[in-house]
Design a protein. Structure first.
Length: 351
């Protein structure tokens, strides 16, 4: 998808053109999987590089109300998998709701909305985020940049002075460091670097994680909700495509085993951390199936088509993005028009 402003213009154009007609099954497909992360009030801060990962409880409530009265039918991931295998025959188009990472605000702000409208939902859990072996490093990085006016970055020969005197400079530094950390260093070095930056900047990453992520007890209690499904999300929230095959398999299998040990629920569904092509590709789709997952979801943009029956471990999702919290935008996304644009005319993006 293009940048924020270009996306808004595109979504408005789709709406005004009439292309967002949800009755057009050829474009709309048989359903959609919605993706959320955080559900909370926005921070009163002009520098919010992770704002796209958060929607407000009020927007979620408005959306749930509107979709509950639409042509769509809310289903669990178990039901979604069956609908896809059956090619959606004889059914209304479905919507499955998923939430990544296990944020505590999901429990506080999203679950009451789901219960209000009787909406099934799946929470994808990374055990390392629950027990402290992993960190919310992308949020920690933002906190480091917010806390400083200048950052001297020095790592294995790369030396840069990053000015941070205003929101524009902080955003540019964030974009630069995110690109470096997700492409130029290993997953483990990525965490080491951010941990070191937190230490020199007075940012308590562990306290932030503990405050932000649900405990095992909270997840166990949540799993008793008949609307709730627990899924797996690796142990350490690693980009699987950047791991060797043995380590990737371990993340797939052990995360499921740990969730079962702590909650009594053995996940059948998986979400790839980050989920874009460089983080999860054809090898990972095969491995998820080999490890016995019924479905696995990406962050590749798209609605679900009948053809996805042959690609149940490479399912696309529609992100409920914090920059696009308007019902008309979501309708345009659910119409499938943006799927074809993102996929350059193709229905599927599974390569």
């Amino acid at each position: 998808m293009p940048g924020t402003l270009a996306t808004r213009i595109m979504l408005e154009a789709i709406r005004l053109s009439g292309a967002a007609n949800l009755a057009n099954e050829r474009l709309r497909g048989i359903g959609s999987i919605l993706m959320l992360h955080r559900v909370c009030k926005p921070e009163n801060n002009g520098f919010a590089p992770n704002a796209h990962l958060s929607v407000t409880p009020e927007f979620l409530d408005r959306l749930a109300d509107a979709l509950s009265r639409s042509i769509f039918e809310f289903v669990s991931m178990d039901q979604a998998a069956q609908r896809i295998r059956d090619s959606g025959k004889g059914n209304r188009p479905f919507i499955a709701v998923t939430l990544d990472d296990g944020y505590r605000d999901n429990l506080q702000n999203a679950v009451p909305v789901f219960r209000k409208y009787n909406i099934p939902y799946t929470v994808f859990v990374a055990p390392g985020l629950v027990d402290g072996r992993a960190s919310l490093w992308w949020e920690d990085l933002a906190a480091v940049l917010e806390a400083r006016n200048t950052l001297y970055f020095d790592w294995k020969g790369l030396r840069r002075e990053l000015p941070l005197s205003n929101h524009k400079e902080k955003q540019e530094a964030f974009d630069y460091l995110m690109a470096y950390l997700t492409n130029e260093v290993s997953e483990d070095d990525q965490r080491r670097i951010v941990s070191g930056l937190c230490g020199m900047s007075g940012v308590d990453a562990e306290a932030h994680r503990a405050q932000s992520i649900m405990t095992w007890q909270e997840l166990k209690e949540l799993s008793s909700d008949p609307l709730c499904t627990l899924g797996a999300h690796t142990i350490g929230h690693y980009a699987l495509a950047r791991l060797n095959e043995q380590d990737a398999i371990a993340e797939l299998e052990e995360s499921r085993s740990l969730i079962e040990l702590e909650t009594g629920i053995r996940p059948k569904h998986f979400a790839y951390p980050y989920g874009y092509p460089a983080a999860a590709g054809e090898r990972e789709f095969v491995l998820a199936g080999r490890c016995g997952y019924e479905t696995a979801v990406t962050t590749r943009h798209g609605v679900v088509y009948r053809d996805h029956a042959n690609h149940l471990t490479a399912l696309p999702r529609i992100s409920l993005n914090g920059h696009f919290q308007k019902l008309r935008y979501v309708r345009a996304l659910l119409s499938g028009t943006t799927t074809r644009l993102a996929n350059k005319g193709r229905r599927l993006n599974v390569a």
